[in-house]
Design a protein around this ligand. Structure first.
Ligand code: COA
Length: 382
């Protein structure tokens, strides 16, 4: 056993095959079932992309309409779940609320273990429809505002924005370009191969546990600042820096102190994240459309931070998707701790596609560990 045999962080290890997405760091491309993600973001809805990830093909118009009708009917929450959410502390992390809500729904599923893939598909569809309602309820209860029931006359993103912000003047639910920017972020966040949370979901599935447990585990993994939680820290940093004039110095100080700058770097992409150009464009458009929110200042800070990181790191570290997504959600009006729950609303599609794939072709995931503890010894008297 040599040090080279140990792949810390499983870096560079191929743990299985997948037909769901392909991340190609050489060409900076990301394909969902063969389709470039930027094409999907330009031409498809989030629900079409969800169906693509689950079925391997884009839906026909008829299939999509049927799916959307069924989704709308699943959006509402039972009284019991609302009570559970309302009983949780208002200062806990919103990801804890999501994890608890998923566990609660799982505990009410009469199937204790996954009987077949149709069951996973049902859970996937249910959560795609219900997670926005759960997140919106949590946002509003913390603000001291009442629950807004889902509206079956609105599409996926518009309905979510409506449940969070209502439809008063300036609400993003009333601004088509805001809805479009949000929908694009959902498509870009949907799937990314064997990232940490998806891999966590696959590990849990590989033990023949149930899909609810796999999703709850994935939510826990996504919460971490090195993974999904980064989009929150990106915005905390922007707010902390406050002014474009201070951005370069702040970034250089971080680098000098060997601290991580959130929203930069990636385990797989080393020459730039393929999703960034599409989200960056959406972010900059959003900012230009909201001068009343002084949003242009975030764009200036964004450009300065990206340039400073690139020019002052030996490996030219570039932004990942969280870097443009964080300030986009801020401009839309979301409170920062909800950025990662929004990520969950999207990634539920990728997670469940992987749970299905793992379930259909399973081998328990159980790597080896190179032991480096004490040599064999014996209990006194043994
Ligand atoms: N800020 C500052 N330095 C960074 C950095 C960042 N965001 N990302 C990587 N580096 C540094 C590392 O510290 C390392 O320095 P060293 O060689 O002096 O030890 C070097 O760049 C190479 O890092 P690398 O091996 O490429 O990173 P990784 O693959 O182990 O980790 C991440 C990848 C994503 C975990 C890491 O880049 C990171 O923590 N980023 C910030 C969190 C984030 O945005 N996460 C969302 C990911 S989508």
């Amino acid at each position: 056993m040599t040090e080279q045999d140990v792949k810390k962080g499983l870096a560079g290890v191929y743990a299985d095959y997948t037909a769901i997405s392909k991340v190609n760091p050489e060409t900076n491309s990301l394909l969902y079932c063969g389709y470039p993600v930027h094409e999907l973001a330009e031409h498809c809805s989030f629900e079409e992309v969800a169906m693509l990830l689950w079925n391997g093909e884009l839906p026909t118009e008829e299939e999509l309409t049927e799916f959307q009708e069924s989704s709308k009917a699943r959006r509402g929450l039972d009284e019991d779940l609302i009570k559970v959410i309302e009983a949780l502390p208002k200062d806990c992390h919103p990801m804890d609320v999501l994890r608890t809500a998923v566990s609660f729904l799982g505990a009410n599923d009469p199937e204790k273990f996954t009987p077949n893939t149709d069951h996973i598909r049902e859970i996937a569809h249910d959560l795609l429809a219900k997670l926005p309602t759960i997140v919106a309820l949590d946002i509003r209860r913390r603000r001291g505002e009442g629950y807004i029931e889902p509206d079956a006359d609105r599409g996926y993103s518009e309905n979510f924005l409506w449940m969070v912000f209502g439809d008063g003047e300036g609400s993003p639910a009333t601004i088509p370009s805001d809805i479009e920017a949000f929908e694009k972020s959902m498509i870009l966040y949907a799937e990314h191969s064997f990232n940490a949370s998806t891999f966590a979901a696959r590990v849990i599935t590989s033990t023949q546990s149930d899909a609810w447990s796999a999703i709850a585990g994935a939510i826990g993994a996504l919460k971490g600042p090195l993974h999904g939680g980064a989009n929150e820290f990106v915005m905390h940093n922007f707010v902390e820096v406050g002014e474009p004039e201070k951005t370069e110095e702040w970034t250089l100080n971080k680098l000098k102190n060997k601290e991580l700058v959130m929203g930069f770097g990636h385990r797989v992409y080393k020459k730039g994240d393929s999703r960034v150009p599409t989200m960056e464009k959406a972010f900059k458009k959003l900012a230009s459309e909201h001068p009343e929110k002084d949003a242009q200042k975030w764009v200036e800070m964004y450009d300065i931070m990206a340039k400073t990181m690139y020019e002052n790191t030996s490996i030219n570290i570039m932004p990942n998707l969280d870097f443009p997504a964080g300030p986009s959600y801020y401009i839309l009006g979301f409170e920062i701790p909800f950025f990662t729950p929004i990520f969950v609303m999207s990634r539920i599609t990728g997670w469940t596609a992987h749970i299905i794939e793992q379930y259909e072709n399973n081998s328990i995931i159980r790597p080896l560990a190179a032991y480096n503890g004490p040599a064999e010894r014996h209990v006194p008297g043994a």
